[in-house]
Structure formats: structure tokens, C-alpha cells
Design a protein. Structure first.
Ligand code: HEM
Length: 335
């Protein structure tokens, strides 16, 4: 399937311009109250229980519901997307599962595009259909591929931002307290700075998608022939001591925010404004609604999903009962 991440200019330039006309920072900013609502509804689902798996019950559904809503997928169909996204996440690497989920999502989105053509609405799919550049429009096929890549690129990445970010805070209780303090004080710039540092410190995308050399290159003393693949390890660049002082330290007040968590160059993340919004709202809500948040298992028991490009947890079991409410002998696990 052809989409933004696997094409070069001039096709990439044209498609990116068209989608940027529809997926504007203004549209994303106007979406904040809806992300707040979705976030709190998900937390309501487990807040009274005292414990939860934050990946399964929070980090996983939030981005799926958010992007479905932004695109204009009717609410009664959101759970289909949740199921397909689940198949993509849990059957990655196994034959058939991902392919079936991708096919169903694409089929659904193509039909939805036809319905929106007949019955336009104030949503991103309608904006994609209408987007034009010098009189050019996206074809139905291109609009479906675009909606799909927004879902695909914006889903697991955001799951991992919330998962890895929360884990980083759980492992650094003093920094979690600092962030809770700035959230409560309504200091949005400080919260945004903290989210950027969480992305640098343990970002969702470990390695950028494949690049191929156009001409002979020498990188780090290795010769690379034209056509050879090159994998850029974004996570290593973001912990480079030549670039960031004390790079292994999680410093939520770090002023240098020029990390590579959202990539670099022409394929720089198109969804960064949405990801930042979701990250800020999700982490702020977790910290304020669950003041006793802590890991429910030993960190050594946490399991990471396999895969070359992404870095994310399979599950994040947490406990958020008051310590006085814990049964005797059931002290929270140490970090
Ligand atoms: C924290 C969450 C996110 C992270 C860390 C992230 C990271 C990235 C990275 C590293 C790239 C570049 C990949 C490469 O160069 O090979 C990228 C591209 C992209 N991202 Fe994101 N992303 C996030 C969320 C989102 C969201 C929410 C959306 C949309 C809803 C999105 C849409 C895209 C698209 C469409 C591209 C391809 C752009 C192009 O090729 O021109 N991303 N993202």
C-alpha cells in the first residue's frame, strides 16, 4: 500500500501538502475538550477498582477512540476499530492477523469515504475529501490510504507514549510528584516540557522506518552502497552524550527539547500536535485522578512487545489504592 511514509518527493510533497491542509493544528487544538472527555470516561471505568492494567484499559483505547472521533467514524463503530487495532497489536509477527485487520479497516474507511462524499460533516475525512492543492484533490483511494496511515501511525505510537511515559514516572516518584505539582498548578508549558522529555528519555519509536541510500555513503566508518537499507536508531540519538548533557537522567525541566522522537526531515511526524495533546491530557489526568498511583508488579516482570521499530509494554499493572486501604502484608512493590 502506498502511503506517506513509503513514498518520495514529488509524490510525497503533494500528498503531505494535501493532508496538511485538512489535518491542521487548529483542528487538533479544537479537539482538546473531546480528548479530555474520552480520557476521563476511560479512567471512570476503573478508578473505583483500585487497580488496573493501564495499557489495556487506558493507553490502548484512548488513541483509537480519539482518532476515530477526529476522522468522523460513527461512535457505534469505534469498538470495531478497537478490535482491529487489537489484532494489529497482538498478532504482529504472526501470519494472517495483521493482514486481516488492515483489510477490514481499509474496507471500512473506503465505504465511509463514499458515505461522507454524499453526506459531508465537520470531520477530518470530509476535510481530506475536500482538501485541494492547485485544483488537485485526493482520489478516493488516496483518501482511504491517508485515513488509514493516520490511524496506523497515530495508534501504537501514542499507546507507547502513555505507557512508557507513565512507567518512567512510576520509576522516578520524585519526578512524578513534580509533574503532579505543575499539572495542579495549571502550568501547561511545564507539563509540555515534561512530556517532551519523556519522549526523549524512552520514546515510542526506537528506530525510524527503512531508508535506502541514493548514493555511496560512509557512516561511522562503514561504507554503504546505493540501494542499501539504513536503519536510524532514534532512541540512541536521543541518549547521545555528545548531544544531551547527562542523557540518561530523566530531567523533566530540561530546556533542550530538540529530540528525534518525532523523526526528522520530510517525514517528520505529521501527528505531533495531536500526540502532544493526547500525551499532556492523558498523563495529567492519570496523575491528578490517581494520586496514589504505583506499579503493582516488580519492574523486572514487565514485558515489552517485540518488533523492530516500536518500543512499548505489553501490560502496565498499577495499583492506586491508598496505602491504608491495602490488606495487611500487601505492601506496594519496590521500584
Ligand atoms: C507520541 C506519539 C507519536 C510518535 C512518537 C510519533 C513518531 C513518529 C516518527 C518518528 C515519525 C517518522 C518516521 C520515519 O521517519 O521513519 C512519524 C511519522 C508520522 N506520524 Fe507520527 N508519531 C506519533 C503520533 C502520531 C499521531 C497521533 C499521528 C496521526 C494521527 C501520526 C502520524 C504520522 C504520520 C502520518 C507520519 C508520516 C509522515 C510522513 O511520512 O510525511 N503520528 N511519527
Amino acid at each position: 500500500m502506498t502511503h506517506l511514509l513509503n513514498i518520495d518527493p514529488p509524490d510525497h510533497t503533494r500528498l503531505r501538502r494535501l493532508v496538511s491542509a485538512a489535518f491542521t493544528p487548529r483542528r487538533v487544538a479544537a479537539f482538546a475538550p473531546r480528548v479530555e472527555e474520552l480520557t476521563h470516561r476511560l479512567i471512570d471505568g476503573f478508578a473505583d477498582r483500585g487497580s488496573a492494567d493501564l495499557i489495556h484499559e487506558f493507553a490502548f483505547p484512548l488513541p483509537i477512540y480519539a482518532i476515530c472521533d477526529l476522522l468522523g467514524v460513527p461512535e457505534e463503530d469505534h469498538d470495531d476499530f478497537r478490535d482491529w487495532a487489537g489484532m494489529m497489536l497482538h498478532t504482529a509477527g504472526r501470519r494472517g492477523g495483521v493482514g486481516r485487520a488492515v483489510k477490514r479497516m481499509r474496507g471500512y474507511l473506503s465505504e465511509l469515504i463514499e458515505r461522507k462524499r454524499a453526506d459531508p460533516a465537520d470531520d477530518l475525512i470530509t476535510a481530506l475529501i475536500r482538501a485541494s492543492d492547485h485544483g488537485e484533490h485526493l482520489t478516493g483511494e488516496e483518501a482511504a490510504a491517508m485515513a488509514f496511515i493516520l490511524l496506523f501511525a497515530g495508534f501504537e505510537t501514542t499507546v507507547n507514549l502513555i505507557g512508557n511515559g507513565t512507567l518512567a514516572l512510576l520509576r522516578h516518584p520524585d519526578r512524578m510528584e513534580y509533574l503532579r505539582g505543575v499539572v495542579r498548578a495549571g502550568d501547561e508549558p511545564a507539563v509540555d516540557r515534561a512530556v517532551e522529555e519523556l519522549l526523549r528519555w524512552d520514546g515510542p519509536v526506537e528506530i525510524a522506518t527503512w531508508r535506502f541510500a541514493r548514493e555511496p555513503l560512509t557512516i561511522g566508518g562503514r561504507r554503504i552502497a546505493p540501494g542499501d537499507p539504513v536503519l536510524v536508531v532514534l532512541a540512541a540519538a536521543d541518549r547521545d552524550p555528545a548531544r544531551f548533557p547527562d542523557p540518561d537522567r530523566l530531567d523533566l525541566t530540561r530546556s533542550d527539547q530538540q529530540h528525534l522522537g518525532y523523526g526528522h526531515g520530510i517525514h517528520y511526524c505529521l501527528g505531533a500536535p495531536l500526540a502532544r495533546l493526547e500525551g499532556r491530557i492523558a498523563l495529567s489526568a492519570l496523575l491528578t485522578r490517581l494520586p496514589h498511583l504505583r506499579l503493582a508488579v516488580d519492574p523486572a516482570e514487565l514485558r515489552w512487545r517485540g518488533g523492530l521499530i516500536m518500543r512499548g509494554l505489553r501490560a502496565l499493572p498499577v495499583d492506586f489504592r491508598r496505602e491504608t486501604d491495602l490488606p495487611a502484608g500487601n505492601a506496594p512493590s519496590g521500584l
